[in-house]
Design a protein around this ligand. Structure first.
Ligand SMILES: [Zn+2]
Length: 293
């Protein structure tokens, strides 16, 4: 199944949804509550978020499964519900979409660090495989291994999805600007290093999400595009760089401000555009309109 690649050939630039966490907080998710449990306990609220994005006419919408491995669900005593929660997540997004929109199963980091001995490679692999099978069973067409900051974990996630499902895979990393003015993952990999490694592991669509607003994504995309001429690149930026206001994290960029970066983002080589933390349906629709101009 290569629905994303086919759509890219047809349309050139694709659009994805924006933030889920932001939308769920607006819908009443409390700090410390398990977001993915909402797939079982508040399915209508999850469906409404997927629907809000789907109705904009984006090409794909993610699932509410970012933290739905046994490692994170285990913190809530839900380690025996991994398959069920992921299946429900994919099913809710699928129900909100039209036939030609793509269900993109979200696979986030586990919070366990291999280098620290928190977990073994086998445990990580089994955990990602279990999640991926649930997502596929619920109707996910593709998986996005996203917000990855540890290359070893990302590679195991990709391998687990590839070997246990038929889902198309997007691998997306979070890069931070270092004091030396370079972009690196938290574990120290440059964009080209991280991207080369996942391509060698069989990934055909790569990307960067979170950690930066669109302006800072420009040099990251340039670096990847200089090395890889043809690979589709996804960019899901935050709504600017966050700051604290009255004890709350605020993402300051307006839909108009984000949309203002779209011509440049497309010009440097982004093919799939969506949003991460702080973005809303308004941000996505303004960016889509900017791309049409
Ligand atoms: Zn984010």
């Amino acid at each position: 199944m290569n629905k994303i690649q086919e759509k890219l050939k047809e349309k050139g630039t694709l659009f994805v949804d924006g933030a889920w966490g932001t939308m769920m907080q607006n819908a009443g998710l409390k700090p410390g509550e398990c977001p993915e449990l909402w797939n079982l306990e508040h399915p209508e609220k999850v469906y409404e978020i997927a629907k809000a994005y789907a109705d904009l006419g984006v090409d794909m919408v993610e699932t509410n499964s970012f933290g739905a491995t046994r490692f994170k669900l285990g913190n809530f005593g839900l380690e025996d519900k991994v398959f069920e929660i992921n299946k429900a997540a994919a099913g809710l997004t699928k129900r909100a979409l039209s036939e030609d929109q793509i269900v993109l199963g979200s696979v986030g980091p586990t919070g366990k660090i291999l280098m620290m001995g928190d977990v073994t490679e086998e445990e990580l692999y089994d955990g990602f495989a279990e999640q991926a099978k649930g997502l596929e069973a619920g109707g996910a067409d593709a998986a996005i291994v996203e917000t990855m900051t540890a290359l070893d974990e990302a590679l195991i996630a990709v391998k687990a999805v590839r070997e246990n499902t038929d889902m198309e895979i997007v691998a997306s990393f979070t890069f931070e600007l270092t004091g030396a003015g370079e972009f690196r993952t938290m574990m120290g990999n440059r964009p080209v290093e991280a991207i080369s490694a996942v391509i060698a592991e069989g990934v055909s669509i790569v990307g960067t999400n979170c950690g930066n607003g669109l302006e800072r994504m420009i040099p990251i995309i340039e670096e990847i595009r200089a090395e890889f001429k043809d690979v589709p690149i996804l960019v899901n930026a935050n709504a600017g760089m966050p700051h604290l206001h009255d004890g709350k994290t605020v993402f300051p960029e307006s839909p108009e401000e984000m949309a203002g970066f779209i011509p440049k983002i497309m010009d440097v080589g982004a093919n799939i555009i969506g949003g991460c933390c702080g973005t809303t349906p308004e941000h996505i629709v303004k960016m889509m309109n900017a791309a049409k101009e």
